[in-house]
Design a binder for this molecule. Structure first.
Ligand SMILES: NC(=O)c1ccc[n+]([C@@H]2O[C@H](COP(=O)([O-])OP(=O)(O)OC[C@H]3O[C@@H](n4cnc5c(N)ncnc54)[C@H](OP(=O)(O)O)[C@@H]3O)[C@@H](O)[C@H]2O)c1
Length: 340
């Protein structure tokens, strides 16, 4: 069994090496999965660039999700059995032909579910479910602003917000993505490279009328989004993609950090607004039952056709470097998946 090890930070073609994996054995409560596919997440790009604080020390196998068949179960595992086809969240270790992970983060999937579609579920869709169904409750007519809306988490958020009848503002960085957002049902697609999203939303007549902002960009984007919130409004922050632009420049990194703004709890009370943070790894570590619930819901709703994950591109594993550069290039729409 082999895995792609991240061996050095930097350009994707020099960053990964295919190496043998040591024999893996599931402990109590764990499962061993033989993988057919895995997915890329933007956090993997951050890890490759050395910008991801939670990433394990190198050499390391990164990757959060795997699709495949259960090959062995540890003591006490009852939710899946050997031979079952599953999708699972792994705490790193995903770029591998064999993955050991917590059984609670492992969910049965139908045999006819496309492997690429399944790679969308354990991380991006589970994160979106937590953000749109657990942490925040969306109501019909709510005004919801989704940044990086054509990305993996973004599309999931659109579909979940639409299920609740929200009015959606979605930002992305190209006209091709804007066309896609319109097709996904986004009411107000905004190309943030052409217009300032906050100015545009004000022009459209929604100044201080946004109920929820989903922001994985961070820095100035978060600060500007806060100004759009209505009373009762919530800012959900779950990433800092803008750090990639500041890479290697300590002043720019400081600029992004300061760009978030400095917030006083008193202001949150007086204006009745909230700032909420998500880190699904912390949820996986400390509240695995929540993660299990999120994965279960998105698997079931995908199997029933209520949610429709979008796979932008699937690469064979031999093109992992190309796939990484593609995701980092900001051209991708939806999931970037890898097959073994
Ligand atoms: N906190 C958590 O637990 C958690 C879990 C999952 C994902 N996330 C975060 O959610 C975000 C989306 O993840 P994903 O895997 O679904 O990726 P993705 O959205 O499929 O890909 C990233 C997209 O972000 C957009 N983007 C906007 N500004 C950017 C910038 N300054 N630098 C780079 N990209 C920028 C790009 O599209 P446009 O430029 O066209 O908008 C790019 O295509 C990431 O920030 C990720 O770290 C957090």
């Amino acid at each position: 069994m082999k895995a792609y090890f991240l061996v050095r930070n930097g350009a994707a073609d020099k960053a990964f090496e295919l190496r043998d994996l040591p024999t893996l054995k599931p402990k109590a409560g764990e499962v061993l999965i033989h993988a057919e596919a895995f997915g890329l997440n933007f956090a993997d790009v951050m890890a490759r660039l050395g910008l991801y604080k939670d990433a394990p020390p190198l050499p390391a196998v990164v990757g959060y999700e795997t699709v495949g068949r259960v090959a062995e179960v540890g003591e006490g595992v009852t939710n899946v059995k050997v031979g079952d086809r599953v999708v699972a969240l792994s705490r790193f270790g995903g770029y591998a032909q064999a993955v050991v992970t917590d059984a609670r983060a492992t969910m049965l999937i139908p045999d006819d579910m496309d492997a690429g579609i399944a790679t969308c579920l354990a991380t991006q869709y589970a994160t979106a479910w937590y953000a749109a169904e657990e942490m925040v409750r969306l109501h019909e007519g709510d005004h919801v602003l989704i940044h990086a809306a054509a990305g993996g988490v973004g599309i999931a958020l659109i579909q979940m917000a639409k299920r609740r009848g929200a009015v959606i503002f979605g930002t992305a960085g190209s006209d091709e993505k804007l066309k896609f957002l319109k097709e996904q049902g986004v009411d107000y697609p905004i190309n943030y490279r052409k217009v300032d999203f906050a100015v545009e939303i004000k022009k459209l007549g929604f100044d201080k009328k946004i109920d929820v902002v989903y922001d994985p960009i961070g820095g100035e984007s978060l600060k500007k989004g806060m100004t759009l919130l209505t009373a009762g409004g919530r800012m959900v922050t779950y990433g800092a993609s803008s750090m990639t632009e500041a890479k290697g420049n300590p002043f720019k990194i400081l600029g992004v950090a300061l760009g978030f703004g400095i917030w006083s709890p008193i202001e949150f009370v007086t204006t009745s607004r909230s700032l909420l943070g998500i880190n699904m790894l912390r949820i996986a570590d400390n509240r695995p039952e929540i993660l299990a619930r999120c994965i279960k819901n998105v698997v079931e709703l995908t199997a029933s056709g209520d949610l429709k994950p979008v796979v932008g591109k699937t690469f064979p594993h031999t093109q992992l470097a190309e796939a990484h550069e593609y995701l980092a290039s900001r051209q991708s729409i939806g999931k970037v998946a890898i097959t073994w």
